[in-house]
Design a protein around this ligand. Structure first.
Ligand SMILES: Nc1ncnc2c1ncn2[C@@H]1O[C@H](COP(=O)(O)OP(=O)(O)O)[C@@H](O)[C@H]1O
Ligand SMILES: [Mg+2]
Length: 360
């Protein structure tokens, strides 16, 4: 094959060349043409392999990008999982502290019940001995009176000796003071008996078994127990109406009353704190409401307060278990528990219970 452009140029610039030269030139042209053709072929091949390489590189690049994206996504989800785990761990830590607290409270309750039980017996015989002693003292004083009446018959020396002795003993004062002393002791023992009974009633080894009880008795014994805690912070006002006896576990309901009363006391800060306990009944249902004029509950917290472990109190003060426990106790009595609260105004919790538990 000849190179056509070169052949045309040669025939233009070398007119009238002889046939021998023409033949040699034609050979030369053919060689040049072949060289060009080979070069074209090489170029096409190079271009082709360049294109293949570029395609391959592009594909590799794409694959790498995908890999990178996958890695990033993986990393992100790992980070999110990590954050979640950290949250869960800190939640678990709080839960553990709170469980320990709750456990401690339960142990204190058991301890209190045990101590109350132990004290009950000696207090019982001290009380009964006091009554007997009162009788004995009355008899002795009467007898002493009789002896005194006989003093006139004694000789002067004996009478004087007795008079001195009486003075040393301050017999007149003793006579006056003895009955008062006895009464005070009996009152004291009665108070101790009451505290012990309240303590026992309150933390009664609780099987959750229901019987027929007077709710006011439960409220009163719980109030007596927390009186000390409340009286420094609040005035307690009771407005009890006539209530029928209610089928319930009084020990469990006492827990509910206690939680509500302590929460109310915690909500009060400083002056003019008032806790109002109102009871009533209507249509086979009794209700107890416990109100305070304390800090109130933030609206966004109102639907969380019955959740276990929800507390706005510092660790050590709040377990976040009081209301959730109370809620489940009231539910197990087929009752309801309602809350109304306004920030800065106060809070009212109302418990409603059926007088009789539904059969079955
Ligand atoms: N009477 C109340 N006044 C204001 N806030 C209350 C009252 N009762 C309960 N709360 C809120 O409900 C939360 C949960 O109460 P509770 O379950 O008894 O747990 P705790 O008392 O241990 O915090 C309290 O931390 C408090 O924020
Ligand atoms: Mg509480």
């Amino acid at each position: 094959m000849t190179h056509s452009l070169l052949a045309r140029q040669l025939s233009k610039h070398l007119p009238g060349m002889d046939s021998a030269l023409h033949a040699r030139l034609a050979g030369f042209l053919a060689a040049v043409g072949a060289a060009y053709a080979a070069a074209d072929e090489d170029r096409a091949m190079a271009a082709h392999s360049l294109e293949t390489m570029s395609n391959e590189l592009q594909q590799r690049y794409k694959a790498l990008q995908e890999e990178l994206e996958l890695k990033n996504r993986f990393e992100n989800s790992l980070r999110a999982i990590n954050e979640q785990l950290e949250g869960t761990i800190s939640q678990l830590e709080t839960a553990q502290t709170q469980l320990l607290q709750a456990d401690k409270l339960a142990s204190i309750g058991q301890l209190a019940a045990g101590v109350a039980h132990e004290i009950n017996n000696p207090i019982g015989f001290v009380y009964s001995n006091l009554s007997t002693l009162e009788g004995y003292i009355a008899d002795l004083l009467e007898l002493l009176g009789d002896y005194e009446a006989q003093e006139m018959r004694m000789d002067e020396a004996t009478r004087q000796h007795l008079a001195q002795h009486k003075e040393r003993c301050e017999l007149d004062y003793l006579r006056d003071d003895l009955p008062q002393l006895m009464q005070e002791s009996k009152d004291g023992i009665t108070r101790v008996k009451k505290i012990v009974r309240d303590l026992r009633d309150f933390s009664h080894a609780d099987t959750g078994e229901k019987d027929i009880y007077d709710l006011h008795e439960g409220l009163n014994s719980t109030l007596n127990l927390v009186n000390n805690e409340l009286k420094n912070r609040a005035k307690v006002v009771c407005e009890f109406s006539e209530l029928p006896l209610v089928e319930c576990s009084l020990a469990q309901l006492n827990q509910v009353f206690l939680n509500l009363l302590i929460n109310a006391a915690h909500a009060l800060d400083g002056k003019n704190g008032e806790i109002r306990i109102v009871t009533g009944h209507h249509n086979g249902e009794v209700w107890v409401s416990i109100s305070d004029n304390g800090c109130g509950i933030k609206p966004e917290n109102l639907n969380k307060i019955f959740d276990a472990f929800f507390t706005t109190k510092p660790i050590g003060q709040g377990t976040g278990l009081g209301l959730s426990l109370s809620y489940s106790i009231v539910q197990s009595h087929h009752g309801r528990m309602e809350v109304q609260s306004a920030e800065g105004v106060g809070t009212t919790f109302t418990i409603r219970l059926p007088v009789m538990q539904p059969a079955g």
